[in-house]
Write a protein that binds this ligand. Structure first.
Ligand code: NAP
Length: 460
């Protein structure tokens, strides 16, 4: 294929990547966004494979077979394990960028083509690529609980990390300034690998999704540098989109948890969680399925707050059944979506969309909170931290300041979960002991199934 045709293919691909991101930001267009993203990637790969400067396809074929062998099983993981799967994808992406950078460094060196600009781009690519690789592996290990999820800390940790980072920057500058100091390059590789591990180890499991999204933006930056090294414009564009969207997502997640970036990266959040949570003995009121069905049937306005428990139980289809029964009875049912409910951004939206719950029944936290005082029943389904009122007033709570859905302001709260166990932050939830709260114990899917049957009258 001629270079001009490839440029056109790349241009269409770049436009599709941009539309893909735009469309994915709204549930009504998200599906088209996915198709546009896939089409963009197919065009990008096809355009690259048809470049006239490719002399042999042998290694490319081996890479495709290996990539498929790893990628297909990775796609089988359940939705609740998507954060660690995403971390693994970033690890592979970072490794690929790092290896390309290392390969290109020695090729340019051999051919006498190592300009200062190329060295600079390679230093950037290798540093960000390899730290993304090891950092993402540690993040995946923590999320999968094969590594300790608690922050692993030691005195002077931040100083050590800054020294490592300073060392990498100094070596990078030295390599650009004095290209003959080639012995420094392997040192840069080792520093980048070590920095990735040491950067993520002290961060608690609770902050891993934010860290993963930050590592995503690092992988994007590595891809931009790789685009300059390989002189591939599409890689620069796609890398920049990846880098900036990862950064924007991290910022949004930090806001939703009322945390700052520095606090996530250097704050060792998980440590505080253990200190809080010692609470005096209190008792909660317990409801039966029959009680819950009766309360719901007598309501005019119901808000369902889904959380991580709905995701693990895969209860979304039973939720739809309950939603339909209530709607048929003329009851207004809405879903309150907290930005960090579940274990990844958009987790609840994806599950509810899978169960074909109409988008317009979904309300974001800031939109629904002002109405919570007029809600008759708030059904808290496997959500815990995102409805914990301590976040509003208890300054000692590790989640103090995190915006929450004001479930406690509803006239009656029915909380469905299996026990009084805490959620992700590891702290007790005072909502469960409130006068207007009834606990309905059980697995989210089983309880919602029973509730649907009760509401349909099948059990009468
Ligand atoms: P949560 O605080 O983790 O609580 C989930 C609750 O679900 C648990 O208390 C658990 O209680 C219950 N549960 C578990 N399995 C269940 C089942 N099969 N049936 C019924 N209930 C079940 O969840 P959340 O309220 O959704 O809050 C999300 C947390 O993750 C927040 O702390 C947030 O900051 C954190 N986080 C989320 C993201 C993100 O992107 N979404 C990112 C970073 C951090 P039982 O064991 O008693 O059943």
């Amino acid at each position: 294929m001629s270079p001009q045709t490839i440029d056109v293919v790349y241009l269409v691909s770049a436009a599709l990547f941009i539309f893909s991101l735009k469309w994915m930001s709204d549930p009504t267009t998200a599906r088209n966004g996915v198709f546009a993203g896939v089409a963009a990637m197919v065009l990008a790969v096809a355009g690259t494979l048809l470049r006239p400067d490719i002399t042999s396809y042998t290694w490319i074929a081996i890479a495709i077979v290996l990539g498929t062998a790893v990628g297909v099983p990775l796609s089988w993981v359940p939705l609740t394990a998507v954060p660690q799967r995403t971390a693994l994808s970033h690890a592979f992406g970072g490794l690929a960028a790092g290896l390309v950078g290392i390969g290109k460094y020695y090729l340019f060196l051999h051919d006498g083509d190592l300009t200062a600009f190329r060295t600079g781009a390679i230093v950037f690519e290798v540093t960000f690529g390899l730290l993304t690789c090891t950092g993402s592996l540690v993040a995946a290990g923590k999320l999968q609980e094969v590594l300790p999820t608690r922050p692993v800390t030691y005195p002077g940790q931040n100083v050590v990390n800054f020294l490592l980072m300073g060392g990498a920057v100094a070596i990078g500058v030295a390599l650009v300034w004095r290209p003959e100091l080639t012995f420094l390059f392997p040192l840069l590789v080792l520093l980048a690998l070590a920095f990735g591990v040491l950067l993520v180890l002290p961060i608690g499991g609770a902050d891993m999704p934010t860290v993963i999204s930050l590592l995503n933006s690092y992988a994007g930056l590595a891809a931009v540098a790789m685009g300059f090294v390989l002189e591939n414009k599409l890689l620069i564009i796609a890398g920049a989109l990846d880098g900036s969207s990862g950064l924007i997502l991290s910022i949004m997640m930090c806001r939703a948890m009322n945390r700052s970036f520095t606090n996530v990266l250097f704050g060792a959040f998980g440590q505080v969680a253990a200190a809080s949570g010692a609470v005096e003995q209190r008792s909660a009121k317990i409801a039966t399925i029959e009680d819950a069905a009766q309360i719901l049937e007598n309501a005019d306005r119901v808000v369902i707050v889904p959380g991580y428990g709905m995701a693990v139980a895969q209860a979304q289809h039973r939720v739809r059944d309950v939603f339909e029964h209530l709607t048929k009875k003329g009851i207004d049912v809405r879903f309150a979506i907290h930005p960090v409910a579940g274990r990844m951004p958009g987790h609840m939206n994806v599950l509810l969309a899978e169960a074909e719950i109409p988008y317009d029944q979904l309300a974001e936290m800031d939109d629904i909170n002002p109405d919570m005082g007029q809600v008759d029943v708030c059904l808290v389904l496997g959500a815990n931290d995102v409805v914990n009122p301590a976040a509003r007033h208890d300054k000692t709570s590790p989640i103090f300041g995190m915006p929450i859905i004001d479930a406690d302001k509803a006239h009656t709260v029915i909380a469905i979960k299996r026990s009084m166990n805490p959620g992700f932050a590891g702290i007790e939830n005072e909502l469960y002991f409130a006068d207007n709260t009834l606990m309905l114990f059980g697995d989210a899917k089983a309880v919602m199934g029973d509730l649907a049957r009760q509401l349909s009258g099948e059990t009468h």
